[in-house]
Design a protein around this ligand. Structure first.
Ligand SMILES: Cc1cc2nc3c(=O)[nH]c(=O)nc-3n(C[C@H](O)[C@H](O)[C@H](O)COP(=O)(O)O)c2cc1C
Ligand code: SF4
Length: 670
């Protein structure tokens, strides 16, 4: 039985914002899903299912992904705007579905300005962004007035579609940020120069919407608390704008951190939970309307702490609501341990967005694909054995048990989680262990038995008479095929990470895929605690904070066979951070290597046409993985039809995303 303290009393408290009462303090933050540009009923029905599931999951308020108020403001070359009666008709599906499930929802209005990825981009001044190939056209005075009118019209259409309000996107370096900051606003007319002029556009937008739509319509304004770029707003101007926006009619100040071109991570795993709390607290102290905290708040406990300590009035969680649609209802029912944690990997959300693919979630593949993975109750209950308690096996067991099957899990090791538990040791990936913890709690809630330290055998599985057998035995590291590879100083990545093998102070790493980069960070990092301490993070990335930790404890060199730059396979939204960290830690890199042999002197190789020997205390092999499938082969040979999922099925370029998707798909279908 959960105590009241576990039910998050502050987070659960209703709050009045503007003319509306929210049932609790949880706001689902805005996320473009990749479906917004598909102007079809099918796409909007999927958006409706996605948001309705989150409304059913109990959040206080939902903010949609950004829609542009006009053509020029689009994020990409796609028609994700709010301009016409046809848009109203499509959007009504979303608002109706959310209301039917007891939720409230506002439409985000986002004009991308010079961040738009198409050839009609506009901005206050014709200055190209370093992250875009398109140079914006300078908006004329008349075009600025039209843009303001477009915002107001879009808000009016949003109300027509049934939305409870709008959020005006004023942060992350989009058009409104571009007007506010001298970095991008070089105008000399009434829209540039002194702050009052630079702020004229956002204030006119908010005031225009308020005056057109009256006091009952919710207006949120997403404010850039820290721009994190040269030529961004100083703190006193940031505070002044927030105050003026509230006076102009905003009911809530939502917060945002860092322009997209900033060289400071703001949402990746290296950002500690609630890293920007101190800045949010300072902003809240200066404004009269409720303030919503944002970025890397991924557990009910952290959200509760922020509200209870008066740092903010509401907590926005974007990706955590992808990871678990029932975040709020589980927390408020005393089941917080069952909340699946967002691990800030960005692999299935932001990276998909950059690849023009619909977003989903690595730890919850059902997110934004609700119609595809439907855990329907079973008509015939089966006894199912799942062999292997890595993430593929765990999620398969969860989905199958949730649908009504009787599931038993066998795990040869003493603990569950497999590669995910190992990954949790990497600085910035501590939350990976939280996911394993959440899956375990969900299985316990479903009454699934997990036999730890029990290596399932073919005769035993056959004798037990299971209706279905799922083989999720995962992978093992690929051994190094090189003369001298049996040297005791040569260890596999899993032994290096788990501590099963000692690692010296002079390390060579063979293989520079995702695992090689992670192992390099793990071994070169002086202080994994940095990744969970907001003050150290802030100092490390130049946002204030405590002094930096000690220098790297090891000399590390990362080697790869292929020529060319390192880290090309890393995700777009996180790869640059990892590369930067390795550079800062002095990790050396050598590409285009041909390996010859290992002997007492070291690793003999040819690079850049020169034969050389790299001395090492420890050589860590990160040369890929092979399926662990001997049990599956044995069962197949005995004529048994078994299901093989995850790395046991196919190990090449295996990652947790594919393993979890595999397990979820089978669990929903079996
Ligand atoms: C896939 C994706 C799409 C996003 N799209 C938007 C958007 O359209 N508008 C916006 O204001 N923020 C957008 N964001 C930023 C989120 O609102 C949020 O600030 C960020 O994810 C950090 O918060 P979190 O740690 O709670 O996820 C997006 C984030 C993701 C991951
Ligand atoms: S894909 Fe990763 S970052 Fe994105 S919501 Fe899921 S767990 Fe969070």
């Amino acid at each position: 039985m959960a105590s009241n303290g576990d039910r998050f009393a502050h987070l659960a408290q209703p709050i009045r914002v503007g003319a509306v009462t929210l049932r609790n303090r949880i706001v689902m933050g805005s996320m473009h899903t990749g479906l917004e540009g598909h102007q079809t009923e099918a796409a909007f029905d999927q958006l409706a299912r996605f948001y309705a599931e989150r409304a059913r999951g109990g959040v206080g308020l939902i903010v949609t992904g950004g829609f542009a108020p006009n053509e020029a403001g689009r994020l990409k070359d796609e028609p994700a705007t709010m301009q016409t009666g046809e848009h109203v008709r499509l959007h009504r599906r979303i608002a109706d579905a959310v209301h039917a499930d007891g939720g409230l929802i506002v439409l985000q209005l986002l004009h991308a300005g010079r961040y738009g990825y198409h050839d009609k981009v506009v901005a206050p001044s014709p200055i190209r962004s370093p992250i875009n190939k398109y140079t914006p056209a300078e908006l004329s005075d008349a075009a600025i007035e039209e843009t303001i009118a477009d915002y107001v019209k879009a808000a009016r259409l949003a109300r027509g579609a049934g939305y409870d309000g709008v959020e005006v996107m004023g942060s992350e370096g989009y058009l409104i940020s571009q007007f506010l900051a001298p970095r991008t606003n070089r105008r000399t007319d009434r829209w540039g120069g002194p702050l009052e002029n630079r702020a004229r556009l956002p204030l006119a937008v908010v005031a225009g919407i308020r005056s057109a739509l009256g006091p009952a319509f919710l207006i949120l304004y997403r404010h850039s608390v820290l721009d994190l770029v040269e030529g961004g707003l100083p703190w006193d101007e940031t505070v002044w704008v927030a105050g003026e926006v509230a006076l102009a009619g905003a009911d809530v100040i939502s917060t945002g951190f860092g322009w997209h071109e900033a060289k400071v991570p703001t949402i990746a795993g290296v950002v500690p939970q609630a890293a920007f709390a101190e800045h949010i607290r300072r902003l809240k102290a200066a404004v009269s309307v409720p303030v919503t905290a944002s970025n890397r708040i991924n557990s009910p406990a952290v959200a509760e702490r922020l509200i209870a300590s008066g740092i903010c009035d509401l907590v926005s969680m974007a990706r955590p609501l992808l990871a678990d649609a029932e975040f709020a209802s589980k927390a408020f029912a005393g089941n917080a341990k069952r909340v699946t944690t967002c691990i800030a990997c960005n692999q299935a959300c932001l990276d998909h967005y950059f690849e023009d693919r619909p977003i989903s979630c690595l730890v919850n593949p059902r997110a934004a694909r609700e119609a595809e993975f439907r855990p329907l109750p079973v008509t015939r209950k089966k006894r199912i054995a799942v062999v292997g308690a890595g993430v593929a096996g765990l999620v398969c067991a969860i989905e199958a048990a949730r649908r009504g099957h009787e599931v038993v899990v066998f795990e040869a090791e003493a603990s569950i989680g497999g590669q995910m538990t190992l990954a949790a040791r990497i600085p910035g990936k501590a939350d990976y262990a939280e996911v394993v913890r959440a899956y375990a709690a969900q299985l316990a809630g479903l009454g699934v038995r997990i036999h730890l330290g029990r290596r399932a055998t073919a005769p035993q599985l056959m004798a037990d008479g299971f209706h279905e057998i799922v083989i999720a035995t995962g992978v093992r590291p690929r051994a190094l095929d090189l003369p001298g590879a049996d040297d005791p100083r040569v260890v596999s990545y899993d032994a290096a990470l788990s501590g099963a093998a000692g690692v010296g102070t002079c390390v060579a790493i063979i293989g520079a895929g995702g695992i090689g980069h992670d192992v390099a960070l793990y071994l070169a990092h002086p202080d994994p605690a940095e990744a969970t301490d907001p003050a150290r993070f802030a100092h490390r990335w130049g946002v204030g904070g405590a002094p930096s930790p000690a220098p790297a404890p090891r000399q590390v060199i990362l080697l790869k066979r292929s020529p060319g730059p390192f880290g090309r396979s890393l995700g777009k939204s996180t790869g640059w951070i990892l590369r930067q960290e390795l550079r800062d830690l002095g990790v050396q890199q050598l590409a285009g290597v041909t390996y010859h042999e290992i002997d007492e002197a070291g690793l003999h190789l040819t690079a850049e046409g020169q034969r050389q020997c790299i001395a090492f205390d420890t050589l860590v092999v990160c040369a890929g993985q092979v399926p662990n499938r001997s049990l599956a082969d044995e069962l197949f040979a005995a004529g048994l039809g078994v299901h093989v999922i995850g790395g046991a099925k196919f190990a090449v370029e295996l990652d947790a995303k594919r393993a979890i998707e595999d397990g979820t798909a089978l669990g929903c279908a079996i």
